[in-house]
Write a protein that binds this ligand. Structure first.
Ligand code: FES
Length: 151
């Protein structure tokens, strides 16, 4: 298990943006099916994957996230017809920009998870957490104003 700078076991902070209609329901199914995925995956429910503004992802990294994943309905299944197509294009651009800024490609991911795919949701989160653990902490975009002081 990787060790962080303070000598403690490293537990990556992962932010998962999930669309309300499919991926969030998939996460719910994973929970009700008692499938395990890491507790340090923080799920944020959004109406549709296209609601994920690229600034949300930058902000997550500024606030200390080590990895960010966006989950939505499968192509063709979006409740808003084509929201996930827009989101996919937007994320492709954002991820290449993040790559340029020094945020490794492995720290960001897009995954399509339907409401019936609880097992896929749990597997995806477990794999993603492993990848992020191997990459270690992400301090590249960390905003020191967001770090809680110990005073
Ligand atoms: Fe799920 Fe649009 S409603 S991606």
């Amino acid at each position: 298990m990787p060790i962080n700078e303070e000598g403690a076991a490293f537990k990556p902070l992962i932010v998962a943006f999930c669309c309300n209609w499919c991926s969030y329901a998939g996460a719910d199914l994973a929970g009700s099916s008692r499938l395990n995925y890491p507790v340090n995956v923080k799920v944020i429910r959004v109406p549709c994957s296209c609601r994920v503004n690229p600034l949300f992802i930058l902000r997550a990294f500024q606030r200390g996230a080590d990895g960010v994943i966006m989950c939505g309905c499968h192509p063709g299944d979006c409740h808003y017809t084509s929201g996930n197509y827009f989101a996919r294009r937007r994320m492709a651009l954002l991820f290449s920009m993040l790559d340029y800024l020094g945020i490794e490609r492995g720290r960001t991911r897009v995954e399509w998870v339907s409401a019936a795919e609880g097992a896929k949701f749990a597997n995806t989160m477990n794999q993603f957490a492993e990848t992020i653990s191997a990459l270690g902490e992400c301090r590249r975009l960390e905003d020191i104003r967001c770090v809680e002081s110990e005073i």
